[in-house]
Design a protein around this ligand. Structure first.
Ligand code: FE2
Length: 235
């Protein structure tokens, strides 16, 4: 039995994106802007990628991912490594977070990797209809939101097919914060260890904390059957 609970599903995200992309392509055609144009080529690639997405992929779920002890273990490993190398601010070009790449934290992936393989990937396969053999981790990182530093993250889309995020420290250690899914107007504030899993394309934001410190684990997933890099919006 696969654990986890569906948060939201209205099958609108990718259908809307496909429709918008078709309209843009139609407008370019009316202007006699065709295959040779860079924007036209980009939109065609985007539409082809969006057509690879099944309706099950715009659902939003919550999933028990880590135990409280495992959460504490991730935070301890991240803090120990940050004491040596500092938190990075430059790993994501458009919406940088105060973070550390999980694979760079000594010893962390030895147990976290198998945990994700055992719990997250079968869940994604069952719920999003993506066979496990084609799934891969694009990025995995620990984010530290702090008063006096980065308190949250403005509304954005991720450059992933799917994103999961999971609180790692106790809710008593901060006020405010939480994942706000702007596209569906819902604030999600789950206990430590419970992950939210959603398409990276859903517009979302990290609400600013008002006090203390909030540490989360964020992962970007891709699948070899979907050209998710083509999902990005074009001007
Ligand atoms: Fe994000």
């Amino acid at each position: 039995m696969i654990a986890g609970e569906q948060y939201h599903h209205d099958h609108t995200l990718f259908a809307r994106e496909r429709n918008d992309t078709r309209v843009l392509l139609w407008r370019l055609k009316r202007l006699a802007i065709t295959e040779s144009n860079r924007k036209h080529r980009f939109l065609q690639r985007k539409l082809a990628a969006l057509e690879q997405v099944t309706p099950s992929m715009d659902a939003i779920y919550r999933l028990p991912l880590l135990t409280p002890a495992q959460c504490a273990r991730v935070v301890a490993a991240a803090d120990a490594w940050a004491a040596n190398v500092g938190w990075s601010r430059e790993r994501h070009a458009n919406f940088p977070t105060n973070d550390l790449q999980a694979t760079a934290i000594p010893g962390l992936m030895d147990w976290l990797g198998p945990r994700l393989a055992d719990v997250l990937l079968p869940f994604v396969e069952a719920r999003f209809g993506l066979d496990i053999g084609g799934l891969y981790l694009v990025d995995l990182f620990v984010v530290s939101y702090e008063v006096g530093g980065q308190r949250g993250l403005e509304a954005h889309e991720d450059s992933s097919l799917l994103t999961f995020s999971c609180l790692l420290n106790a809710a008593s250690e901060f006020r405010g914060g939480g994942l706000y899914l702007s596209a569906i107007d819902q604030r999600i504030a789950l206990p430590p260890g419970e992950a939210v899993v959603h398409a990276g394309k859903w517009l979302h934001q990290g609400l600013p904390i008002e006090s203390g410190r909030r540490v989360i684990l964020v992962g970007f997933l891709g699948h070899r059957s979907v050209d998710h890099e083509a999902f990005a919006d074009v001007d």
